[in-house]
Design a binder for this molecule. Structure first.
Ligand code: SF4
Length: 386
């Protein structure tokens, strides 16, 4: 339970609560002891209000019998706060070179395949294809390839993309607050970076080498986004590495901490469930069921009324169609997880397999058929229009 000067707060919060894996047995026991009366109590509290104990009740095994009630509250709360809108975005992968050896990822440095980096011109060609589908919200994604995908590369690319896209965000390797500030100045407004797992031991197991092996440094990343003034801070745990219930508790504490400190930024949750990937043994994954994924999303919505919630094409169509009514506010469509996948290098290796392969137009039609408005432009202006 020690602290460092670099990132004392969230590290200490998680250590004090035993949510960095040190209190695993205690939390598991508590979860198993939650009664249905406690779940009913948690459901009777004000929607959108966070207390750790309340979340504990909502994600407990006992709460699995209350998914329907949770769904109704989550639906109403999401309608109140976000209207009948779902933002659509597309990821643009710019490189699959990586110095890290995360054992669940197709881009691991230990895998042998022909790797690709997009030049600025190639990335712009990809973006052009994406823009033609109607997207105005673009997520730039890169593996840890600091030699080529530099801060200057990203800033130059962002400044050239800005006239065409109303919202730009990144999902890239960890940077300093100063570097994030440079991206912000170039027009990038949001950063998502997953802790992957909040359990130190599990983190060590899945990240055997490379700069990413430093758990504490990674835990400090979201503070850097906040300090850089990013409008959107994206958090998530990679679901399938450890017990989803314990990850949810740690994730919520992390979000709560950031909301208090960087109140001008919106904190968003993503729910990346592990998918098969090249040369990855997916039999090792500790995957949660569809019902538990729904439970996790509902529980977080019931505790965080204003949090953005993103679901990607990792998930199957039938599940995504349900989730858009249960708290999700942003979803990807027609995604490619390989650099150049939209136009220039269709056969390059992707990070993982997607499940929902419907086109953006089909996703938009699905949303409309459910009485929802697909929002292609920046969600803020759509919210104002609603
Ligand atoms: S998860 Fe990210 S850092 Fe790890 S190997 Fe894959 S691309 Fe590299």
């Amino acid at each position: 339970m020690t602290t460092t000067t670099q990132h004392p707060d969230i590290k200490k919060i998680l250590a004090d609560r035993g949510l960095d894996g040190s209190g695993k047995d205690i939390w598991t026991k508590r979860l198993g002891e939650i009664t249905e009366d406690e779940v009913k109590w948690a459901l009777s509290r004000q929607p959108g209000y966070y207390v750790l104990d309340r979340l504990l009740m909502l994600i407990s095994p006992a709460a699995e019998n209350y998914i329907e009630q949770m769904s109704q509250i989550a639906h109403q709360l999401t309608l109140q706060r976000f209207g009948k809108t779902v933002r659509l975005y597309a990821p643009l992968y710019v490189s699959n070179f990586c110095v890290n050896g995360c054992t669940y990822c197709g881009f691991s440095t230990n895998h042998r395949f022909s790797r690709i980096r997009l030049t600025i011109e190639q990335a712009l060609a990809e973006a052009e294809t994406i823009a033609k589908e109607g997207f105005k919200d673009l997520l730039l994604v890169s593996s840890e390839d600091k030699k080529f995908i530099t801060v200057d590369y990203l800033a130059e690319l962002a400044s050239k993309l800005r006239p065409k896209f109303s919202s730009l965000s990144v999902e890239i390797y960890q940077m300093s607050a100063k570097e994030y500030a440079k991206l912000f100045a170039a027009g990038i407004e949001g950063v998502t970076l997953y802790q992957e797992t909040y359990d130190r031991e599990t983190y060590r197991k899945y990240h055997p080498g490379g700069p990413k092996a430093d758990y504490d440094y990674r835990l400090s990343a979201a503070d850097s986004f906040g300090q850089a003034g990013m409008r959107e801070i994206g958090l998530g745990a990679l679901l399938g590495l450890d017990d989803w219930r314990l990850e949810t508790l740690a994730l919520a504490e992390h979000a709560h901490y950031l909301m208090k400190r960087y109140w001008k930024s919106r904190v968003s949750f993503s729910f990346p469930r592990l998918r098969p990937a090249k040369d990855v043994d997916s039999a090792r994954f500790n995957l949660l069921s569809d019902t538990n994924l729904i439970q996790m999303i509902l529980a977080l919505r019931l505790c965080f009324a204003d949090a953005g919630m993103t679901i990607s094409t990792r998930e199957p169509a039938y599940l995504r169609d349900q989730l858009v009514k249960l708290g999700i506010t942003r979803m990807s469509a027609g995604s490619k997880t390989n650099p150049g996948g939209y136009s220039t290098h269709a056969d390059s290796v992707g990070q993982f397999e997607i499940d929902d392969s419907r086109s953006p137009a089909q996703i938009a039609a699905m949303l409309k058929s459910q009485g929802l408005e697909p929002v292609w432009k920046d969600w803020d202006s759509a919210f104002t229009d609603a």
